[in-house]
Design a protein around this ligand. Sequence first.
Ligand SMILES: [Mg+2]
Length: 271
Amino acid sequence: MYGAILGDIIGSPYEFDRGNKSKDFPLFSPRAKYTDDTVMTIAVADALLSIPDGNMVTTAREGEVLKAVEESMRRWGNKYWYAGYGTRFRQWLRSEDPQPYNSWGNGSAMRVSAAGWMFLNHDMTRRVAELTAMVTHNHPEGIKGANVVASAIFAARVGWGKDWIKSYAENNGYDLSRTCDEIRPTYHHVESCQETVPQAITAFLEGNSFEDAIRNAVSLGGDCDTLTCITGSIAEAYWGVPEELKEECKNRIPEEMVAVLERFDDVGCKR
Ligand SMILES: [Mg+2]
């Protein structure tokens, strides 16, 4: 999940469309800081780690996953209240009876990365990814965004390659026909899965290293922290994250988030 968090941090100064869209920028500007994307990525990881024997998630246990994800997101979200959530998500965090609100926002895709790392097969990866979306983002596009991103992470880490990832995204209805150069001029701040996930995947596909993919994502503009978070989550699974960037990541988030990351490294991705 370092890739997702680094993407969030690196993209954060550019969240609201800057004028100059280029790949040439300081990786950590003075304004770079973690946002809601990091808090929720950690929350989902923490939830999935709390379920004993995670590979045994079956239909009968789906309720257990939903409950763990809901509880963890509300606990972390209320603790880190000023991280930059959308209005409806804030209402959900504070509600006494939280219900999914049919969102297709890109939040389901930015928080899902843990699901991409935890399971031994694609079917389970996909199903758990969908469950992490459904507690809030139960619109088909919200669920799809989580599925496609977690599936891309799974595919990247098991070596299925970029062609599989591209086909899977396209078979799920995402248009990947435009290059970053073609997307850049007209792309603007938009918070839907439909207009974030395909762009984030394109930035990954065109990249030639973790950092290059991150720079592609930032150069597109738009909802930059979330877009770059998604690109970074896939890029990590494909190229790995350089040690110095992992250190930079740990230095820029609270101790208790580092603890989740480290627990995840120890247990989560070996399941
Ligand atoms: Mg954000």
